[in-house]
Ligand binder design. Structure first.
Ligand code: C5P
Length: 221
């Protein structure tokens, strides 16, 4: 491992979307590219951390030196996260599907046999809220993301309080912003005492910045 400010630290990161099966060939999911989570994983690794990256389905190469665990569904992501603990830091960057189809049909739904005109949905586990509220083995620093389209900071602060994570990285994903799928991001890091609004920057740069801020925080104890 490279020597750096996160040497000896374990970091667990979720990234990408989740795919929730409808039948063997169909899923409910979202358009997350996974780029920001992968960039954070690589940056933490460059600072010397032992990194486990729990990734939904994306088309990105594995960041070198990270343990990558591939999952499809929110429930698999939850289980993989619990297995990856204990850790010093947990970063929930994944765009987890909030809901999944209530039933997964074991064979392909056929149009000729009535087809699929509606999907009953049930709520998925909230990985960030669960890890933030662990009584035993909660990581020292838990960081969530909040992609919002309006009142970005207000909604993000409410989310931080509700889920009980330590920091929320808030970004504006309104149409026309480059965050979703692009290579740049413009965020505010909400820490409760020392919020930081950053200019638009490459996702790699933001990853490096976050890794430094995390190292600062862990150094403070
Ligand atoms: O509630 P919302 O999905 O906007 O919250 C976003 C944050 O919560 C992100 O950090 C995301 O990774 C995390 N999350 C999660 N599990 C879910 C839903 C969201 O970890 N089921």
């Amino acid at each position: 491992a490279p020597q750096g400010r996160l040497s000896g630290r374990k970091v667990v990161i979720t990234a990408g979307p989740t795919h929730e099966p409808v039948d063997p060939v169909r899923f409910v999911g979202n358009r997350s590219s996974g780029k920001q989570g992968y960039a954070i994983a690589a940056a933490c690794r460059n600072e010397g951390a032992d990194v486990t990256l729990i990734s939904g389905p994306v088309s990105l190469p594995a960041p070198s030196g990270c343990d990558v665990i591939h999952v499809q569904t929110a429930r698999e992501m939850m289980a993989a996260t619990e297995q990856a603990l204990p850790a010093d830091v947990f970063i929930a960057c994944a765009a987890v599907a909030d809901y999944r189809p209530a039933v997964e049909t074991p064979h392909k739904v056929k149009k000729e046999r009535g087809g699929l005109t509606a999907i009953d949905l049930i709520e998925n586990p909230d990985i960030l809220a669960t890890i933030s509220q662990l009584d035993v083995g909660r990581p020292q620093l838990v960081v969530g993301f909040a992609a919002e389209t309006d009142d970005v900071l207000g909604h993000a602060e409410t989310k931080r309080a509700r889920k009980k994570c330590d920091w929320i990285v808030a970004n504006d994903v309104s149409p026309g912003t480059p965050s979703m799928g692009g290579d740049k991001n413009e965020v505010t890091i909400i820490t409760g005492d020392d919020d930081e609004s950053l200019p638009m920057m490459a996702k790699d740069m933001l990853g490096a910045h976050l890794a430094r801020r995390i190292a600062d925080k862990l150094d403070q104890g």
